[in-house]
Design a protein around this ligand. Structure first.
Ligand SMILES: NCc1[nH]cc(CCC(=O)O)c1CC(=O)O
Length: 301
């Protein structure tokens, strides 16, 4: 059997895809894998802020079309980049073990913590979630926009004389760039994006054989976390223009879910935590979204 795996061409995407393929090969040495790199609209518009493009589907549409057409058999994405509903005929396979969900600072030479940064330091991020949580902890920081893939962003620290940038730990760790990480931002300072650090493996609904092969990678704790965090994302009236974050802690049969929501200007950042049963992870996410939305409306009106 041969499985053709589609991926974007960025270093991060290829690294994640190879990670999945290598794990699958360990469990299923009889299966042959071929990687196919696919250019997406998101890869072509590199100079526009992601906040301004908005649409989450931007990085996945072309890949999904090839899945539907049978030109590829599975696709590996970052779960945090996936829209809440998939096109008809496609589904997520089992979710493998999550990488570290935290955000990190990659800092200019000489700094090793958020607390080292001088007053007014220039920190780049394109994400409102990252921006407003940084400003909550360090209101003096000068947050500037940035785009491009992970390597490009790291290069900009020198090229654009930045004091630091914010990235997901997971991308750097998977790519073997751990030495670039200056500081892991604790979750009580920065709530990660829903499902940050988790991978999405997308397949055709009728691909029973492939589905079973991927089942060998399933990590139950990650499944629960992703169900809760994406439940929150689905329940909240969101877009890429506003700060949204969620992180789920799993403790045996129980979960504790923290959500973050705010307005475009970062004026009303609401953070709330609720607990419940792991078996109802998605419902807890939806419930937390309702609670936070209500609090938000009360504040507004
Ligand atoms: N927005 C781009 C993106 N999509 C997924 C990741 C890597 C993190 C992950 O595995 O969730 C990144 C880069 C980043 O945020 O630093």
């Amino acid at each position: 059997m041969k499985i053709i795996v589609g991926t974007r061409g960025s270093k991060l995407a290829v690294t994640q895809t190879n990670w999945v393929i290598n794990k699958l090969k360990e469990k299923h040495p009889e299966v042959e894998f071929e990687t196919k790199i696919i250019k997406t609209k998101g890869d072509l518009i590199q100079n526009v802020s992601l906040d301004k493009i908005g649409d989450k589907g931007l990085f996945v549409k072309e890949i999904e079309q090839q899945l539907i057409d049978g030109q590829i058999d599975m696709a590996v994405h970052s779960m945090k980049d996936m829209p809440s509903t998939l096109p008809e005929g496609l589904k997520f396979a089992s979710i493998p073990k999550r990488e570290d969900a935290r955000d990190v600072l990659v800092l200019k030479k000489g700094y090793s913590s958020i607390n080292d940064l001088p007053n007014g330091a220039k920190v780049a991020t394109g994400s409102k979630r990252r921006k407003y949580q940084l400003l909550k902890y360090r209101p003096d920081l000068n947050i500037v926009p940035i785009r491009g893939n992970v390597d490009t962003r790291i290069k900009k620290i020198v090229d654009e004389n930045l004091d630091g940038i914010v990235l997901a730990a997971s991308g750097l760790l998977r790519a073997g760039l751990e030495d670039k990480i200056s500081y892991y931002i604790p979750k009580d300072i920065m709530i990660p994006a829903p499902a940050q650090g988790a991978l999405a493996i997308e397949i055709r609904e009728n691909s029973k054989d492939i589905e079973e092969i991927i089942n060998s990678l399933q990590d139950m704790e990650t499944e629960i976390q992703v169900a809760a965090e994406r439940g929150f994302l689905d329940g909240i009236n969101g877009s890429c223009h506003i700060p949204i974050g969620a992180y789920c802690d799993v403790d045996g049969e129980n979960v504790s879910l923290t959500g973050l929501y705010g307005d475009e200007e970062g004026n009303n950042l609401i953070i709330k935590t609720i607990s419940g049963k792991a078996s109802e992870a998605r419902e807890i996410g939806l419930q937390l979204a309702k609670l936070i939305s209500k609090e938000y409306e009360d504040y507004e009106g």
